[in-house]
Structure formats: C-alpha cells, structure tokens
Design a protein around this ligand. Structure first.
Ligand code: NAD
Ligand code: ZN
Length: 254
C-alpha cells in the first residue's frame, strides 16, 4: 500500500487534469450515512412502509404520493444538515493548484465539496441546499439551510404546486447543464482518474474509469468494499477515503 501511495503521488505531481468521481462513502466520515448505511431508516434497503428506498425516492412516487417522498426528504436533509467536510474533501481541495485542474463529479447532494473549497465540482445528482417548484412552468427556487420550519407538504409561494429539493430522484434524468459540463471535460481528457466511495452502479460513473483503463490512463479506486470497477483500476486502496487521500496528498509534497 505504501508503494502505491508513493506511485499515485508521483502521478499526481505530473498531472495537469485530474478527475475524482465521488459517492456517499466520501461523506461517511463527516457523519452522513450512505443510503445502505442509513440504519433503521432504510433497514435492508426498505422504509418502514416496506417500500424500497429507491421507490420512495423516485420521480413517479413523488408525483403520486409527494407526502411520502417528503417524509424521506426531511430525513435526508436532517442527515446532511450542519455536517462539515472531512479529510477526504479537504485533500481533494488541497490538490488544486494553478498547474493542476482538479475536477470532481459527485453523486453527493450534501454540498461538502464546495464547502471544502473545491472549485470545479459537477453535482450529477443535484443538491439538498436548494428547493424548487415541481411545476416546470414555474421558476420559483430558494436556498434552504434547513427544512425545519416547513410544513409536511411544502408548497410553492408563487403557484401552490408542491415544492421539492433540487435533487435527482430515481428514474429521473440528470440535470442537463451538469451532464454537458461532464461530457465536455471528459472530451478534453484527464491524466489521472479516481473513483472514491461509490458502489459504481450507474453507467455514467463507470464509463470514464472503464474508458481510461482501456486507453492506458492511470486509474485509482478508494473504497473498503469491492465494486464494479475494482477489477478495472490500476491502483486499488481497500481503505477509508480520508486517511488514504491525506497520505496521497502528503506523497505529492515529497
Ligand atoms: P452508496 O450508499 O450506494 O455506496 C457508498 C459506497 O461508499 C460503498 O461502496 C461503501 O463501500 C463506500 N464507503 C463507505 N464508507 C467509506 C469510506 N469511509 N471511504 C470510502 N468509501 C466508503 O452510495 P453511492 O454509490 O455513492 O450513491 C447512491 C446514491 O446515494 C447517490 O444517488 C447519492 O446521491 C445518494 N446519497 C448521497 C449522500 C450524500 O450526499 N452524502 C448520502 C447518501 C446517499
Ligand atoms: Zn411554483
């Protein structure tokens, strides 16, 4: 492992463009549980209504039973509210330099990469920090640090349609602007790619790693568990993100 840390550190020193693909595991050390780790709330992936969390947090359920989805939006907000970046977020932010563009494509909706000072963040799944009107004709949106003062089914002050957090629900499309930026930066190429703290189930987080590995561009995975990209990557660290990224950051300074 120590040799690999040094090797990745050396690659980073030379790299001009780096991509980190991140998931819920990166925020686990900030005290935000991963979906599968959301304890009693999602025991065995099920809500207390006996519905899979992917269904409760899906576009179609929000359309049909918004009050049920909102019950879990409140829970998600509570889980992310007031949380601070951890050594993993800080290491990624510290790797930015005038010579090195560090891009972060995150599935997280907690805003912690921004809070840590990362400048080039693509939020593939949106953010819990903003509320939107669910009527696409209405342009209402508002920043929301907390949902505490909201009624059980919050409504738009402009048009009375149901509000929603600005996140991508299951079975919904990813935000166009984020996708465009992600495609553009991939087309420019990266010298080094990382997959950190994600189970890598979505094709758009697997493909950049797959394509880089096939093209002989170095790839790194940091995740205590095996995932669908574990066999593809050149360097695999089966360890927590915080300590591993801090060691790699140190190795760039030697
Ligand atoms: P996931 O919950 O499916 O998987 C998390 C991954 O992180 C697992 O592979 C696990 O082994 C790994 N992990 C756990 N602790 C880690 C650590 N300390 N260091 C490194 N890796 C660690 O999450 P996912 O695949 O990222 O995404 C599923 C969905 O969950 C996404 O749509 C995302 O929006 C949502 N989500 C977001 C947050 C957040 O914003 N913080 C939290 C929970 C879920
Ligand atoms: Zn509205």
């Amino acid at each position: 492992m120590a040799d690999d840390v040094q090797a990745v550190g050396r690659l980073l020193k030379k790299a001009r463009r780096v991509l980190f693909i991140t998931g819920a595991g990166v925020s686990a050390e900030s005290g935000i549980p991963t979906f599968r780790g959301l304890g009693a709330a999602f025991a065995n992936g099920m809500t207390e209504e006996g519905i899979p969390f992917e269904t409760v947090l899906s576009g179609p359920t929000f359309q049909r039973r918004p009050e049920l989805s909102w019950k879990y939006f409140f829970l998600l907000k509570q889980a992310t509210q007031g949380k601070q970046p951890n050594p993993a977020h800080h290491a990624m932010a510290a790797l930015q330099s005038p010579q090195r563009q560090v891009w972060i494509a995150t599935q997280n909706i907690d805003g912690l990469h921004h809070l840590a000072g990362s400048k080039r963040v693509i939020e593939l799944h949106g953010t819990m920090k903003r509320l939107l009107c669910s009527d696409s004709e209405c342009d209402y949106s508002a920043e929301a640090d907390t949902f505490q003062d909201l009624p059980l089914l919050p409504r738009c002050p402009k048009c009375q349609a149901v509000l929603r957090p600005d996140i991508v629900l299951y079975e919904e499309m990813l935000p166009e602007a984020a996708l465009e930026r992600y495609a553009l930066e991939q087309s420019k190429g990266f010298d080094l790619l990382f997959s950190v703290g994600t189970t890598s189930i979505f094709h758009y987080v697997i493909e950049p790693i797959f394509n880089a590995a096939r093209a002989g561009i170095p790839t790194v995975e940091i995740n205590p568990d095996e995932t669908s990209v574990s066999d593809l990557v050149q360097f695999r660290f089966p360890a927590p993100a915080g300590i591993t990224l801090q060691r790699i950051l140190e190795a760039t300074k030697g």
